[in-house]
Each structure stands twice: as structure tokens, then as C-alpha cells.
Design a protein around this ligand. Structure first.
Ligand SMILES: Cc1cc2nc3c(=O)[nH]c(=O)nc-3n(C[C@H](O)[C@H](O)[C@H](O)COP(=O)(O)OP(=O)(O)OC[C@H]3O[C@@H](n4cnc5c(N)ncnc54)[C@H](O)[C@@H]3O)c2cc1C
Length: 481
């Protein structure tokens, strides 16, 4: 049988392996680390189970469809619980915490009570997005877009027609939303696809739309239940998984890849290859030029703490005065924000297994630029650590050093060394260096017919649901086995 080698055992690689197997390939999955899941793999420490990457899930049907395609009942593998409230907001100037209920209407009313001027604009935005979203389901989420004529697809055009094409993401938001509270909530979303709020990034508005309309979810057992469920399915389907198998190069013949080289091991013959590691770390093996500017990454701090902290919800947002300046630093100056919006995750609110009884597993996430030449990440990380602790204190969520059992930090340097992310970026290069300045590159390699790409640097983009889809796109784009 024809063999497909999948390089990288994150969620994209697992999805690609499953879909390539369903297409009839004999599949070998190579992962350099000693566990699967990539950024969604768990870290076990001092009796705590940490999810050091994603903390919330949207679009649960995308994972469920993977199991359905394999003829399985998704509920036998993976179950989700809806977060309610889906977010707690603490903001300078707000009279206490604001909990946003899962129910869309209740959420809009809760926001309307603190920002009455925004309620009509928010309803208009939700109605526009409800009308536009199905066109994305039928295009960007259905198949790759890598040929210029596809831009003229009537459904893509109909999506675009919902938004004034001259306006940037920020202008689209500001047109409808006036309150600092909701602007702070909305401004962060373009970074989730490596874009800025000055981009023509209307598509990024779909993320808050899905959160409000379809809910924010958490897998039972933690985020790592997703790669665990995909691993189980892959193994049942007969995918061969090799851990501690670091790929170091490739052999080619004409327009085909023929072998994958593994550190300390014999080369593996391949009829097809799916690159599910960062495409720009992989590129030099094919003598591809390096892009110039990376996009965005994260700075995170994870603590194992003594004591319980019910005042921090599963997903809590800290919004400081001056957050606008923080977004300008992030998006316009490509600097870590000095007044960041901080996402806190306290998984113990819904998952008692995440920390020993009487303890808290607390995770802080800040969006930051990746490894730009003008940034010294040793210096930046030290400052961000200080800012994060100060902000927790200021919002009444601080703790003593003596409460800390451990502290674990990640910054762009970590994502580069641990996961092979090019310059620590989660989304590859800056949008100017993308397909038509708009999309991540499609799954097909321009030169090698039996090579395709999955993951956060391929279409349809980053985030767990998107990389799950990217695995399907990459397997579908391979020649028939
Ligand atoms: C702090 C943080 C918060 C996030 N929050 C969310 C969220 O709330 N919701 C959401 O949906 N998404 C979130 N994301 C994004 C999400 O985690 C990623 O988009 C997704 O996990 C990327 O999956 P991937 O398989 O493309 O890449 P990765 O998970 O990076 O997997 C790539 C794999 O390739 C392996 N590899 C690399 N080089 C080699 C080599 N040479 N040989 C063999 N193997 C190799 C790596 O070890 C790794 O396992 C977050 C990410 C982070 C870091």
C-alpha cells in the first residue's frame, strides 16, 4: 500500500493522519517529542495537569465530524461541556466582576446593562454576521482557496459584500461599538489569525460571533482530551505513530519527495508527505527563502497555587485602563503591550482533575509579537512577568510568593524550541507575506506533487478547529494512493 508520512504530531498532524488513512494510505506519523498533541499536549507537574496552550473551544462540530467520517460515534471519544458564564470580565472602572452568560440574549442584555449605548450596534453586528457566516462554511471551511479565480467564488463574494471593503477590522468594530469594555473584547481577535486590527480582517469578527451564538466549550477531561481522542482513533485505524522521531531533512526525485530523514534512524521511504510541523521551519529543507517578518505569539505564565480561587472563572478577562495604548503597541509598533488585556484560565472551575484538592491551576495568557529583530525576549519576558503579577494584584487576584508551588513560563523562544514554530510565531509570517495578503498558504506545495501542508501555518488557519480542518484539506489534496 502507498505510504504517507505525516511530520508533526500536533492536532493538525493527528487530523491529517486520520484523514490520510481514511483515503486509503498506509500512514506513519512522526513526532519529535515524547508525546502527541503539540501545543495542546498536557504538562504534568507536582500533581497538577496543565493545558499550556488552548483553554477554550469553539465550533465543536468540526472535531465531531472527524469521528463521523470514520464511522464512529463522536460521543464515544470526546465530550464537551458548555462554559456558563463563558467569560468573567474584570475591568478598571467597572463596578465588580461582569459575568457573560452562555445564552446569547442574556449575554447581550448583560452587556447592555453596563454599556447601553452598544446594545443596538452589537445586535446589528450579530445579525450581519449571522447572515454572512454560512458563506464561510461553504467556502473557507469547505476547501482550500489557492487559485486566484476562487476569490471570485459567488459565496466568498457574498460574504465580503456584508462588510464595507474600505474599512479595517478596527473601523468595522468602532462603527458599531463605542464602549471601552466591548472594544477591548473585540480588538484582540485579529491576532488569533496573525492579523492586526488595521487589517481588512472582517473574518475575525466570526470568532466572537461563534462564541456568542454557538457557545464556548471545554472538553471533558481538559483540552488535551482532544489530541488523546484523535490519537485513539488514529491507532484504531492503524496509523503507525513514532515518538522521538525528529525529522531532519528530505530526499527528492524530480517533482516528488521520496524519503524523510529522521535523526539517529534510517530514512523512511514515502509515497506522500504531509508537513504538519511549521511550514516555515520545514521550508529550508526545500531551499525555500525565509519570510521576512513573523506575526504573533503568546507570553504565558502558569502557576500551581495553594488554596482555591473561585473569584477567577474558567475564562476571565482583565481589562486595564489604557488598553487602547496596549493594542497600539501590539499591532502598530510590534511591541509587547505595556497595558495588556490578560486572559486568565482557572480550569479547576469545571475540571477538578486539573489541580490537587484545595489548590489552583492558574494560567495567564498575553498576546505578543513573535521574535522580531528589535525585541530581546529575555528582557521582554522579565517585564511581562512583572506586569502580569502587578495586574493580578491590582484586580484583587494576587497571591504571595509563598503560595506558589511552581511557576512555568512560555514565550516565543519556547514555541520555537519546543514546537518548531518559526521565530516563535503561531501563524507564520506577517499577513503582507501571505497569499494575496489575505490567506495562509493553501495545502499544496508549488513544486512537489506528493507534498501537502497542515497546521497553523496552512489554510484555513490556526486555532484547534482550524488546524483540525487543515488536516483534512492536506489529506484531500494528496494524489490518490
Ligand atoms: C498559549 C496558547 C493559547 C491558545 N489558545 C487557543 C484557544 O483557546 N483555542 C484554540 O482553538 N486554539 C488556541 N491556541 C492555538 C492552538 O494551540 C494551535 O493553533 C494548535 O495547537 C496548532 O496545532 P498544530 O498541530 O498546527 O501545531 P503544533 O501543536 O505546534 O504541532 C506541531 C508538532 O510538530 C512537531 N514537530 C516540529 N518539528 C518537528 C520535526 N522536525 N520532526 C518531527 N516533529 C516535529 C512538534 O513537536 C509539534 O508536536 C493557543 C495556542 C497557545 C500557544
Amino acid at each position: 500500500m502507498a505510504r504517507c508520512v505525516v511530520i508533526g504530531g500536533g492536532v493538525a498532524g493527528l487530523s491529517a493522519a486520520i484523514h490520510a488513512r481514511l483515503r486509503g494510505y498506509d500512514v506513519t506519523l512522526l513526532e519529535q517529542g515524547d508525546a502527541l498533541g503539540g501545543k495542546a499536549a498536557p504538562v504534568h507537574r507536582d500533581g497538577f495537569t496543565l493545558d499550556p496552550g488552548p483553554s477554550i473551544i469553539i465550533l465543536t462540530h468540526i472535531y465531531q465530524e472527524v469521528f463521523c467520517r470514520a464511522g464512529r460515534n463522536p460521543d464515544d471519544y470526546l465530550q464537551f461541556q458548555r462554559l456558563d458564564p463563558f467569560t468573567r470580565v474584570l475591568m478598571d472602572g467597572l463596578d465588580g466582576p461582569l459575568d457573560l452568560p452562555a445564552d446569547e440574549e442574556a449575554c447581550i442584555q448583560a452587556l447592555g446593562r453596563v454599556a447601553p449605548q452598544d446594545e443596538p450596534g452589537l445586535r446589528t453586528l450579530m445579525a450581519t454576521l449571522a447572515s454572512a457566516a454560512p458563506y464561510v462554511d461553504d467556502t473557507v471551511f469547505a476547501h482550500p482557496i489557492d487559485k486566484p479565480y476562487q476569490l471570485l467564488h459567488p459565496k466568498l463574494a457574498r460574504f465580503a459584500l456584508h462588510f464595507n471593503p474600505r474599512l479595517t477590522y478596527r473601523q468595522l468594530v468602532d462603527e458599531q461599538i463605542k464602549s471601552p469594555l466591548l472594544r477591548a473584547f473585540f480588538y484582540g481577535f485579529p491576532s488569533y489569525s496573525g492579523q492586526t486590527y488595521d487589517s481588512k480582517a472582517a473574518g475575525a469578527l466570526l470568532i466572537p460571533f461563534y462564541m456568542l451564538r454557538h457557545g464556548v466549550w471545554y472538553p471533558k477531561g481538559g483540552i488535551h482530551a482532544i489530541p488523546a481522542a484523535f490519537t485513539r482513533l488514529a491507532q484504531e485505524l492503524g496509523v503507525e505513530i513514532k515518538l522521538q522521531a525528529k525529522v531532519t531533512g528530505l530526499a527528492t526525485q524530480g517533482r516528488r519527495l521520496t524519503e524523510v530523514h529522521i535523526e539517529g534512524s534510517t530514512a523512511l521511504k514515502a509515497d506522500a508527505v504531509i508537513c504538519a510541523m511549521d511550514r516555515y521551519t520545514f521550508g529550508p529543507w526545500l531551499h525555500r527563502p525565509e519570510p521576512q517578518t513573523p506575526s504573533y505569539s503568546y507570553y504565558t505564565l502558569h502557576w500551581g497555587l495553594k488554596g482555591e480561587r473561585p473569584e477567577v472563572e474558567h475564562h476571565t478577562l482583565l481589562i486595564p485602563n489604557g488598553f487602547e495604548e496596549g493594542f497600539e503597541e501590539l499591532y502598530q509598533q510590534r511591541r509587547p503591550p505595556s497595558r495588556p488585556v490578560i486572559y486568565l484560565n482557572n480550569p479547576g472551575r469545571v475540571d477538578p482533575q486539573s489541580a490537587p484538592p484545595g489548590h489552583t491551576n492558574l494560567f495567564a495568557v498575553l498576546t505578543v509579537p513573535a521574535m522580531h529583530d528589535h525585541l530581546d525576549w529575555g528582557h521582554e519576558s522579565a517585564i511581562l512577568r512583572q506586569i502580569t503579577r502587578q495586574e493580578l494584584d491590582r484586580f484583587g487576584l494576587g497571591f504571595e510568593d509563598s503560595d506558589i508551588i511552581f511557576e512555568r513560563q512560555q514565550d516565543p523562544r519556547y514555541f520555537q524550541s519546543a514546537h518548531g514554530s518559526w521565530r516563535g510565531s503561531l501563524y507564520g509570517p506577517d499577513e503582507k507575506e501571505r497569499l494575496w495578503g489575505l490567506f495562509s498558504l493553501g495545502p499544496r506545495d508549488p513544486q512537489f506533487r506528493n507534498l501537502t501542508y497542515a497546521g497553523g501555518t496552512a489554510q484555513p488557519g490556526a486555532g484547534l478547529p482550524m488546524v483540525t480542518l487543515s488536516g483534512k484539506f492536506a489529506a484531500d489534496a494528496l494524489p490518490a494512493p
